[in-house]
Design a protein around this ligand. Structure first.
Ligand SMILES: CC(C)(COP(=O)(O)OP(=O)(O)OC[C@H]1O[C@@H](n2cnc3c(N)ncnc32)[C@H](O)[C@@H]1OP(=O)(O)O)[C@@H](O)C(=O)NCCC(=O)NCCS
Length: 168
C-alpha cells in the first residue's frame, strides 16, 4: 500500500446548500481550489446529498452530520488547496445505521494516497456519529476505487458492494 497522504476534511460550506433550492452549487471558501476542482462527481454528489437531507426534513440552518467534505492537502510549497471530496450519500436509516460513502480526487493529484487517507477519516466520522457500518460501491473496472476501499478496511460483499463494520 502507498504511504497515506496528510489530509484535512473541510465541510462543504452551508452556502453551497443555500445556493440553489433544487440541489446546491459549490461556493468557494477561503481555501483555494486545485484548477481541476470541482469534478462532475462533486456537483452530482452534492445535489444528491442535499436531496437526501431535505427528504428527512433538514432545515439547512447548519451543516448536518452525514455531510460532504472537501479534501485539503498542502502543496510542496505548503499552501493548502482543495483537491477532491469525500462524503456520505445521506443520513443512515434509523433501523440499520448503515451509511454509504463516495469520494473523488482531481486527476493530477491521484496515486498519492489522498483518497485512502480521506476515506479513512470519513469512516472515523461515521463511527463518531453513530453508524453501525459503512457501505460503498465500486465498479469491477474501477481498480483505484476498489484499492481505496481495501486500504481503508472494507470487505467485498456477496452482492458486490463493500462494507466496513464498527470495530468492537
Ligand atoms: C478512485 C479515486 C478517488 C482514487 O483516488 P487516489 O487519491 O488516487 O487513491 P489513492 O492514492 O489513495 O490510491 C489507492 C490505491 O489505488 C491504487 N491506484 C490509484 N490509481 C490507480 C489506477 N488508475 N489503477 C489501479 N490502481 C490505482 C493506488 O496504487 C493505491 O493502491 P495501494 O493502496 O494498493 O497502493 C480517484 O481515482 C478518482 O477520483 N476517480 C474518479 C471518481 C471515482 O471513481 N470515485 C469512486 C467512486 S466509487
Amino acid at each position: 500500500m502507498s504511504a497515506l497522504a496528510t489530509v484535512t476534511l473541510l465541510p462543504v460550506a452551508l452556502e453551497s446548500a443555500h445556493s440553489s433550492s433544487s440541489g446546491g452549487v459549490l461556493v468557494p471558501g477561503q481555501t483555494p481550489w486545485h484548477p481541476e476542482y470541482p469534478l462532475l462527481e462533486t456537483i452530482q454528489g452534492l445535489s444528491m446529498l442535499i436531496g437526501a437531507h431535505q427528504a428527512v426534513g433538514w432545515d439547512a440552518l447548519e451543516v448536518p452530520a452525514w455531510w460532504m467534505y472537501q479534501i485539503v492537502v498542502a502543496e510542496d510549497s505548503g499552501r493548502p488547496q482543495v483537491v477532491g471530496d469525500v462524503g456520505f450519500h445521506g443520513p443512515p436509516a434509523a433501523d440499520d445505521l448503515v451509511v454509504e460513502v463516495g469520494y473523488d480526487v482531481v486527476p493530477a493529484m491521484r496515486g498519492r494516497g489522498i483518497a485512502t487517507a480521506a476515506c479513512t477519516a470519513l469512516v472515523n466520522l461515521a463511527w463518531r456519529d453513530g453508524a453501525r457500518a459503512v457501505r460503498a460501491e465500486a465498479e469491477i473496472s474501477n481498480e483505484a476505487s476498489r484499492r481505496v476501499l481495501a486500504g481503508v478496511g472494507f470487505a467485498e460483499q456477496p452482492d458486490g458492494s463493500f462494507l466496513i463494520e464498527l470495530p468492537s
